[in-house]
Design a protein around this ligand. Structure first.
Ligand SMILES: [Zn+2]
Length: 293
C-alpha cells in the first residue's frame, strides 16, 4: 500500500527545461542553443554561449578543486531504510537504482587532500542520487567530515546540491539538520574555517541548516537556493514571484550570500579565501585521522 497518492494535479515537467542528453549535441536549458557536448565538457559543463552552469557530479567537483593525490573517504555507509518506506516505489528499490546509477552508496562524497597550498576536508553532495536528498547517511558522512576537520584543524568545504531532507527517512532525515549544525558549531568553537558552496539546487533542510551556516557562504551563478521551491510558494501564496527569485543573484542582492563565483574561478577563489581565513596546515601529505564514531 502506498502512503501518499496524488490523484490529480500531477506535477507536469516543463518540457522546455528538459536537457536532451542523447547524441553529440545538447541543448542549453537557459539560452536554448545547441552546444557540442565535448565543448560543454571542456568548459566544465558551463554553456559556452551564455554561461549557464549545468549540473556536475560530486566526484567531478572534487577533482576540479583538489590537487591530484586526494583521497575519497567515508564511502561505505548505507541507509537501513529505517521506516521500511514505500511511496510510489519502495525506498529500498530507489536506493538500489540510485546506487547503480551513480556508483555511490548515498548522495555524498567526502574527500581529503590539498586545495592549492591548503590541506582541506571536502564534502560534496551528489544530486544524481535521489535528488541529493539528505538522510541519515548524508548526515553521518558530513559529521565525519566535521570530525576529520576537528582532528586535523583543516578547513571544511561543503558543496551543497540538494532538494532537501529525504522524506523517505522521515524524522530521521530532519534530525540531520540539527546534527550537522551542531558539528559546524564545534568547528566554529575550535576556530576552524567552514566554507559553504551552494550549487543548483540547494533547497529545503539543507538550506535551512548547514548550507547557510558557513563562515563564508558562496554560490555558483544562477543556482536555485531557497527553503520551499518557487512552485510551492506560488501555489501556497497564489502570487507570482519576482523575476529571478531564489536565484544566487537575488540572494546576493538581499544579503544572503557573500559572493557568486563562477565554476572556472571557484578553485582560485577558495585558495585565496582560505589564505585570508588561515587555511589548513600546508603539508605535502595529509594524514587520515583515526575516527572515533
Ligand atoms: Zn546557454
Amino acid at each position: 500500500m502506498s502512503w501518499f497518492k496524488r490523484e490529480d494535479n500531477e506535477i507536469v515537467n516543463d518540457a522546455r527545461k528538459t536537457v536532451r542528453t542523447e547524441g553529440l549535441w545538447t541543448q542549453c536549458g537557459s539560452c536554448r542553443q545547441a552546444i557540442f557536448k565535448k565543448d560543454l565538457e571542456e568548459n566544465l559543463n558551463v554553456c559556452t554561449k551564455c554561461g549557464h552552469h549545468f549540473h556536475i557530479n560530486a566526484r567531478w567537483r572534487i577533482k576540479l578543486l583538489l590537487e591530484p593525490g586526494y583521497e575519497l573517504v567515508d564511502l561505505d555507509l548505507r541507509s537501513t531504510d529505517p521506516l521500511d518506506f514505500t511511496d510510489l516505489k519502495r525506498y529500498r528499490h530507489r536506493l538500489t537504482e540510485a546506487r547503480k546509477k551513480t556508483g555511490l552508496n548515498d548522495a555524498i562524497v567526502n574527500a581529503v587532500g590539498m586545495l592549492g597550498p591548503h590541506a582541506v576536508t571536502v564534502s560534496a553532495m551528489e544530486y544524481g542520487f535521489i535528488g541529493g536528498s539528505m538522510g541519515a547517511v548524508v548526515g553521518e558522512t558530513i559529521a565525519r567530515a566535521v570530525d576529520r576537520s576537528l582532528a586535523t584543524r583543516n578547513p571544511l568545504i561543503i558543496i551543497a546540491a540538494s532538494g532537501g531532507a529525504r522524506m523517505m527517512e522521515g524524522i530521521v532525515s530532519l534530525m540531520q539538520m540539527a546534527k550537522i549544525s551542531a558539528g559546524v558549531a564545534r568547528l566554529d568553537d575550535a576556530k576552524i574555517p567552514y566554507i559553504s558552496v551552494m550549487t543548483d539546487p540547494t533547497t529545503g533542510g539543507v538550506t535551512a541548516s548547514f548550507a547557510m551556516l558557513g563562515d563564508l557562504n558562496i554560490a555558483e551563478p544562477g543556482a536555485l537556493i531557497g527553503f520551499a521551491g518557487p512552485r510551492v510558494i506560488e501555489q501556497t501564496t497564489r502570487q507570482k514571484l519576482p523575476e529571478g527569485f531564489q536565484r544566487s543573484e537575488f540572494l546576493l542582492q538581499h544579503g544572503f550570500l557573500d559572493a557568486i563565483v563562477e565554476r572556472k574561478d571557484m578553485k582560485g577563489y577558495l585558495v585565496q579565501a582560505l589564505g585570508w581565513m588561515g587555511g589548513g596546515a600546508s603539508v605535502a601529505k595529509q594524514e587520515t585521522p583515526a575516527l572515533n564514531v
